[in-house]
Design a protein around this ligand. Structure first.
Ligand code: ADP
Ligand code: ZN
Length: 332
């Protein structure tokens, strides 16, 4: 697997867009903020927002590509956050049965997480990422200067997944706990942490491309996090729900965890998400978690970080899950 290229300025992105037979895809915010990047480049601009991550947008990209004279040797260059990368990557996987693509992630979340690993896809009928394909981008070009224009909420969103990576790797944990305030406030120490996070995600993907084993550990915080996100109507950013999910899931198994570790987890997550846990109804969370595509055989799976980068996979009956969650929610 080729590693992501990590740059300071955005000139590597500019050069990629000036490549041979390139077709660009970006969203309306990125197109407005970085309009000069797309001058003279055939581009589809998709409206910003998760609601546009759908098959209609994929169809639009593909028909625009046909009309622009693209062929099997064309390269799709996605410049944007996770929505742009997922949608454009999927369009690249479908266009003439698959063409190359290059990902230029411009949000923190896309740089450290969704933009790495070749998972592409869109939402269908209100279900997230249920239509998709695995297609590794030929290159991932990370340019930290894109982060200068990123709104606070989107920064915190990326921090949620970075905290998750910290739970999965003891070196990242050590550095993150030492520099958490600088990470949150976008200080200089954030950037080595971002690089560690990118490399960590790459190592997990390299070991387990199709999510049969190791990659499952990336679901830490996501069983409860995804359910809360859906039930709460996506009011907060994804990474904030991940932080809330980590607090809830570790709280559900507090008897198995070291007290000092548990307190650090709560402290870190509390810096990423300052909102209280939004859903008090344990039974609604259980029903939503049960419907998650990652569960099988009627049980609900929680990936529990236990310290030092270790993770236990725990499979619970819905009744047991609800009982533990109810108890933990009353303590939050
Ligand atoms: P994510 O990366 O969180 O999955 P999106 O692709 O929806 O999600 O991006 C989140 C928001 O950030 C969108 O409104 C998008 O237009 C905006 N955005 C993306 N990159 C930048 C940037 N570098 N500066 C400012 N806003 C950006
Ligand atoms: Zn996530």
């Amino acid at each position: 697997m080729r590693l992501a290229e990590i740059n300071d300025g955005i000139s590597a992105a500019r050069e990629a867009l000036r490549g041979n037979n390139v077709y660009a895809v970006t969203d309306s915010n990125v197109a407005r903020l970085y309009s000069q990047l797309f001058d003279g480049v055939k581009t589809t601009v998709i409206p910003a927002g998760e609601s546009n991550k759908n098959l209609g947008t994929v169809g639009k990209i593909i028909s625009d590509m046909v009309e622009a004279g693209c062929d099997r040797s064309s390269t799709v260059v996605a410049v944007g956050g996770g929505v742009t990368g997922d949608t454009a990557g999927f369009a690249a996987a479908c266009f003439m049965r698959g063409v190359n693509w290059i990902n230029v992630p411009t949000t923190l979340l896309a740089m450290v997480d969704s933009g790495i690993g070749g998972k592409t896809g869109v939402d269908v009928g209100g279900y997230k990422n249920v239509a998709g394909a695995f297609l590794m981008p030929e290159r991932v070009i990370v340019c930290r200067d894109f982060l200068q224009t990123l709104p606070e909420r989107e920064w915190l969103c990326g921090c949620g997944e970075m905290i998750k990576h910290a739970l999965l790797d003891k070196d990242i944990w050590r550095e993150t706990t030492a520099h958490i305030d600088e990470l949150i406030s976008r200080g200089e120490a954030a950037y080595p942490l971002i690089e560690m996070s990118v490399r960590y995600k790459e190592s997990v993907v390299a070991a387990d491309f199709r999510e049969s084993g190791l990659r499952k550990r990336l679901n830490v915080g996501h069983t409860v996090g995804h359910a809360a996100e859906r039930l709460d109507g996506f009011r907060l950013s994804h990474g904030e729900y991940v932080a809330l999910g980590i607090v809830a899931e570790t709280g559900m198994f507090s008897e198995r965890l070291d007290g000092v570790f548990l307190r650090s987890v709560r402290e870190l997550c509390g810096k990423v998400c300052r909102h209280p846990f939004p859903i008090k109804d344990a039974s609604a969370i259980t029903d939503t978690a049960r419907a998650d595509k990652k569960n099988s055989g009627g049980n609900i799976v929680v990936m529990l970080p236990t310290g030092e980068g270790n993770v236990d996979e725990i499979s619970l009956t819905p009744d047991e899950f609800e009982k533990r969650l109810k108890k933990c929610l009353s303590d939050l």
